[in-house]
Design a protein around this ligand. Structure first.
Ligand code: 5RP
Length: 237
């Protein structure tokens, strides 16, 4: 990650934490930008700048960080509502539809985002695209015993799927739920994200896909203006 990209991510992470108020239940996203947000939240809680905030994590990454930073956690089953969820994204289109799952956490991320009253996305400017999936492959989480069958179904929908392989471990990436991930590209990108999201989730053996459609309320975009990191706010209509 370039130094400028780190600065952009840090700027949006800090801006997102400013939206957190005392007593809130907050969805804690995954990935490097969300990690900066969790770090900042932990720092504010530790010095009393924020009080009584409870986190709902979207991955083991968040659980580990929250434990180290002393952020109290609850589980989805233990709460009635989430006030605010903050998470990163891999791509954001002009309608604020997203591709997520670069960290293979999109199953829990979508659960948390869809339960939140407000879902705020934090990205650097490299994530803004005209059309989803021209550059970033769409992650689809599948049951281990079904990955080849699902790959065949994806091919019938026009998708070319690759099993995501691990680094520093032999074999495929195993998700926090114990499943596998197929990364899919559609020639020409994704024309209708809403239709594709439901078509993919209708394939037997698919747990969830990384299309987040009509979920983001606001996207904070980190930019470098006059060599300084600043934040642009995009809101859904
Ligand atoms: C993990 C995600 C991440 O939020 C997404 O990959 C963005 O990550 P980063 O902030 O590191 O660029 O969806 O599943």
């Amino acid at each position: 990650m370039s130094d400028l990209q780190t600065q952009m991510k840090h700027a949006v992470a800090t801006a997102a934490v400013e939206k957190i108020e005392d007593g809130m239940v907050v969805g804690l996203g995954s990935g490097s930008t969300a990690a900066m947000m969790i770090q900042e939240l932990g720092a504010k809680l530790s010095v009393g700048k924020l009080k009584d905030v409870v986190g709902i994590t979207t991955s083991f990454q968040g659980e580990v960080m929250a434990a180290e930073l002393g952020i109290p956690l609850l589980t989805l089953n233990a709460i009635e509502r989430i006030d605010l969820a903050i998470d990163g994204a891999d791509e954001v289109d002009p309608s604020l539809n997203l591709i997520k799952g670069g960290g293979a956490c999109h199953v829990q991320e979508k659960l948390v985002a869809s339960k939140a009253d407000v879902f705020v996305v934090v990205v650097d400017s490299t994530k803004i695209v005209d059309r989803l999936n021209l550059d970033f492959l769409l992650p689809v989480e599948v049951l281990p015993g079904a990955w080849r069958q699902v790959k065949g179904c994806l091919s019938e929908l026009g998708g070319n799927a690759e099993l995501r392989m691990a680094t520093r471990k032999a074999g495929p990436v195993i998700t926090d739920q114990g499943n596998l991930v197929l990364d899919v590209s559609f020639l020409g990108g994704i024309e209708d994200p809403e239709l594709l999201e439901s078509q993919l989730n209708n394939i037997p053996g698919v747990l969830e896909n990384g299309l987040f459609v009509n979920l983001a309320d606001e996207v904070l975009v980190g930019e470098i203006v006059d060599e300084v990191a600043s934040v642009r706010h995009l809101t859904s209509n």
